[in-house]
Unconditional design. Structure first.
Length: 335
């Protein structure tokens, strides 16, 4: 494996890893993935050339680490240990993705470690309560590993000084097509696909739709979800112009596929938020990045708004001085 570092403006570095016909690029800005090429097919949306100008300037979290809380928190308010907290309401009156001081917009410290068959990039930062109004200061360490099996693994480590909420994810948008087609031709495969409908405020409701039962198959073309006339699914797709929904999958395994490549997602998180980049603004980009459905984010995490849904049983509660660990892998399998 070969490693190269490119310094761009404003402290933004690109960390470039090559192995045979694959290459993957990460950056310290938001501990994010910038590109992942199989031969010349880039399967994630991003911008390597002008990373320093591109990433700080748009609101779609391309490839970024998200935290301390991925997804929405109803009205940016929650109660933990009988105390009520008010955090930033940066999405139509609700909290989203850690707010403006979230992990996605930080310059992380990093170090690179090469072993026999893999390269690890260790990103570190500290999230202070005084910055985002959540309780507790958290030391965060995110380890990206790329190995010779073409697997990108993300490990999250954290430790908080007080009880808090911690629900990190990665917001890479994948598109396995070698051309500018949308992800509508991709297929989702898993033994279980339970999709949680959203209310008008895009907050999940606890009565999932069993997609495998609804569709009658466990290989579901995304187009058939978009075109479904099912009385529960159809209004969701109409309302949100695609998927923006938490899913529970079989044993934390979900495969995304087109006729050329498979991407296997394996996670220890209870849910995956599936977001099909539904309503991008009218921006222009040479590679048509901002077209509706030009990518699909598979955000492994616990349920958005879980503190309101499950109270003291919410998965995202991280107790003081208790180590947090979580792992998600994305593996490419060319067909
Ligand atoms: C997330 O679920 C959310 C979307 O609603 C949001 O618009 C996007 O990130 C930027 O996946």
């Amino acid at each position: 494996m070969k490693i190269g570092i490119e310094h761009q403006a404003n402290g933004i570095d690109l960390i470039k890893i090559h192995h045979k016909t694959m290459s993957i690029v990460f950056t310290n800005y938001g501990a994010r993935i910038v590109s992942w090429k199989i031969d010349h097919n880039n399967i994630v949306l991003g911008n390597e050339v002008e990373a320093d100008e591109f990433y700080p300037n748009h609101p779609y979290y391309f490839g970024a680490t998200i935290g301390r809380y991925a997804g929405r928190i109803d009205k940016g308010t929650f109660t933990l240990n009988h105390q009520t907290y008010h955090v930033e309401t940066n999405a139509e009156g609700h909290h989203l993705h850690g707010g403006s001081k979230g992990l996605s917009s930080r310059l992380f410290d990093y170090s690179i470690h090469q072993h026999g068959h893999d390269v690890k990039v260790i990103f570190t930062t500290q999230v202070l309560s005084s910055e985002d109004n959540f309780p507790g200061n958290i030391d965060v360490r995110i380890v990206f590993t790329y190995d010779v099996t073409n697997t990108w693994t993300i490990e999250y480590y954290a430790n908080s000084t007080e009880d808090t909420l911690f629900n990190p994810t990665n917001h890479a948008y994948f598109n396995l097509n070698p051309d500018n087609r949308t992800i509508d031709n991709h297929v989702l495969i898993s033994d279980k696909m339970h999709l949680f409908p959203l209310n008008d405020a895009r907050l999940p409701q606890n009565k999932p739709i069993d997609l495998i039962k609804t569709m009658g198959v466990n290989r579901i073309p995304i187009q058939t979800i978009f075109q479904s006339q099912d009385p529960r699914l159809h209004p969701q797709i109409e309302r949100f112009k695609g998927l923006d929904h938490p899913m529970e999958v079989g044993n934390g395994k979900l495969t995304l596929s087109n006729d050329k490549v498979k991407l296997h997602v394996i996670t220890d998180r209870p849910q995956i938020v599936v977001y099909t980049f539904n309503s991008p603004e009218k921006r222009t980009h040479a590679n048509q990045l901002f077209k509706s459905h030009s990518g699909i984010a598979l955000e492994t995490q616990s349920m958005p708004n879980d503190i309101h849904m499950f109270g003291h049983k919410a998965h995202s509660i991280l107790r003081a001085n208790t180590p947090f660990y979580s792992k998600t892998s994305y593996q490419v399998e060319p067909m």
